[in-house]
Design a protein around this ligand. Sequence first.
Ligand code: AMP
Ligand code: MG
Length: 429
Amino acid sequence: MPRRDSSPRPIGAAELLSIGSELTTGETRDTNGGELARALSGRGIAVLRIQALPDDLEVVTKAFGAALEQADIVVSTGGLGPTPDDLTREAIAAVTGETPAVDAGLEAWLRSLWDRRGMPFAEINLKQAWLIRSATAIPNHNGTATGWWVERPDGRTIVALPGPPREMRPMWADWVLPRLDARGPGREQEVRTLRLTGIGESQVAERLGESLLRAPNPVVATYARSDAVDVRIAARPEGRNGSGPPRSAAEVADAAEANVVAAVGEYVWARGETTWRAALGQRLDELGWRAAVVEIGLGGELTALFGDAAWLERSESRREGDMADAGPASPSTLLEETAERARRDARTEVGMAVRATERGSDMAVTVAVATPVRTHAERRLAFLGGSQGRSRAALTAAAVLLAELRRPDAETARPGRRSEATDQVEVRR
Ligand code: AMP
Ligand code: MG
């Protein structure tokens, strides 16, 4: 239905078309779709669908038609080259019912590019100077394929960009995004991410329950990442709902977050995009503490996880076997002693010792943490062996360390109160 008012159509929903047979044959990965989806989602524009399509005029034309029925904006990448298999312009012309014509300004610019290089201009390139009446050219400073910004009578928009990421990216960032932002933000949206450890994704899903995970607003989803299971809450405002008053996106998110916390709160270790290194760093900063770490049999995974964090005074990686002939003491006791020695030697408040050994196809992990409050050791099992098991063992160690640092009694042992605390708090073994 044509919109007769002059205010531009708000952009709430998008569809993305990644065009090129190299994508549907698997020769090239579609990275454009994901990048554009992230930028749009971050602006509160819902991406309804990302499709990869072959260089087939009928398929591409139909896809534009279908996308324009659902979305306020359709963004395509690819198919803007000069060769006969690049058909995006033809498809857009077909779907809008317009006829492309060579634009004199674009033609002059194209010819100048060839002149500058002293090369003859192949007429096949003229296609890259095409425009339709409803299209505005999007300049390409890194190639010869000009993009199209097309406004439909009903206020919907088509954006066609070339496929090569180094051409597409600056055109998107410098030309398209400012125009999208000028249209006003997408739907107001509130996104929260809770990061969980010590629980599997399927258990999280089971605890959250289907009604929460299938609700259209907020969208609550779980993601198994390498360093955490994330629960993402994406909320939009809600109009008057039955007897309930309208709610802002933040209010909708608050309510869902309370439900998520009630279900899995004890496993939440961070929010947003926080890494282990950052979460530990923040807590150590609060306490004014630094740490020294000894890892045994982890192949440097723990050191890699912590990187060159400012709070890490010393880290040492030993091979498994270094503790094999340490006498009759239990592995936990030995490791506690190693943690305490690390702390003493490095003159840090925290010492940690971690040991991982293959147990069947998994990894047995022992973690000892010595702080001014107490020395504590625990044993855990990390799924999988080999390098995956070692990197999971490192995450397990990070989780044990963070839990120790977050104990309420750690507060009483802050620097300045340290001597008092070490006098008063018994080192529990
Ligand atoms: P085009 O001539 O505009 O069809 O794009 C040609 C080249 O851009 C391809 O050969 C790929 O290397 C790259 N390309 C096209 N589409 C994509 C995409 N969706 N993601 C990443 N690279 C792409
Ligand atoms: Mg192509």
